[in-house]
Design a protein around this ligand. Sequence first.
Ligand SMILES: Nc1nc2c(ncn2[C@@H]2O[C@H](COP(=O)(O)OP(=O)(O)O)[C@@H](O)[C@H]2O)c(=O)[nH]1
Ligand SMILES: [Mg+2]
Length: 399
Amino acid sequence: MNFGNVLVIGSPGVGKSTLIKAVLGSDIRETYEGKRHVLSVYESLSVPFRVIDAGDVGGSFWAHRAATTAVKRWSRDNALDGRSDNDINVIWFCVEGKSRKLIRQQMTDLARATDVWRHVPIIVVITKSYAELERDVNVELVRQACARRRRLRESLCAVIPVVATTYQLSETTFVAPEGVPQLIAATNDAMPEGVRAAGEDIAAFSLKRRRAVARSIVAASVAAGVTVGAVPIPISDALILTPIETGEVNALATLYGINKDSTSKKLLSTILEVGTVSTAAKAAISALKAVPGINVAASVLNAAIAGSIVAAMGEGTMRVFERIYLGEKTLDDTEWVKRTLESRLSKELIAQGTKLLGKVGTGSAGTSGKEQRRAIVGLLTSAITSSKDAGASSAKGDA
Ligand SMILES: Nc1nc2c(ncn2[C@@H]2O[C@H](COP(=O)(O)OP(=O)(O)O)[C@@H](O)[C@H]2O)c(=O)[nH]1
Ligand SMILES: [Mg+2]
């Protein structure tokens, strides 16, 4: 199969490498040595396009020239090797969302930098779009900047704000990744027909990427839960975790395209009820508190319990949303959602939590509370990343 080629450009530090990793999901990579410039060419089996990080295009004049020449040389060498997929088909223009006043300048630089690929479609990626409220304004700024230049006006296909990896605002708050699935879809749409992937292939790929992003959302939430849980007030119920679970569930909902209409709202509140005030949540907490033979400080015990609940809620919600996303279940299947989550919060959670407490208990001699909390997050997070893929196979039996 022929691959399309995406050229990524943007000033150093805007987040190109981070973005590419988030899109391709792995580190499969080769480098191409130009005469004066090294290109990084990324491929992954599961995405139908290759991504080329040209480094300094848009930097100083000479660096820019060397990079452009290297990209052209790469195309030519591929052609000489008999490969037909050697053209640049789409350009990702990366501009940084954090510094709004710089957006205009970045657009000017990039327009100049891409002059040699005059008719290639462009997708502007607004990297580091951490501030949700600024996203629309930034998109508008980029569109205005493009409207003023013919070259950009004619080639612009999409403007996509992206948070490539979780951005931590404090120990307990973070901005979840956003925009990567949209970028993949827009890129595929912009590809010429010969290299464009079929809709279902792109959907399967997006599902994989969504899973990876979902896990990172759950991991960040678990870390927040462990921090909150360690605060020395006794947790009698899971209410203390409400803000974290709300953030977790909302971020997952956005990721799986579950909107904010009334049916979805009802679904989300059902989920949160299970995680906070349900008998299942309360029973899980008492069971874990009563695990015999655990020798850890109360704050560590609470932290582990809080982390376990946030992890279980995240995993359960992932399973639920994925099946809705796949069309196997519908948004108004609240009874099924409730049962799925409650079962996740009961036996499975207690078994996992008991195991976790055992590990924390044995490894805790002489370590500080902070180290213990970090160990808890590590154990819970690795359980999430190694857990088999959520979805139909693991969710069977609760339908
Ligand atoms: N948390 C977070 N950090 C980011 C994101 N994008 C870029 N960064 C950070 O910004 C810095 C520069 O990113 P990098 O990908 O190396 O930029 P490049 O020079 O354009 O390849 C690194 O420290 C990244 O971790 C993002 O979406 N989220
Ligand atoms: Mg880089």
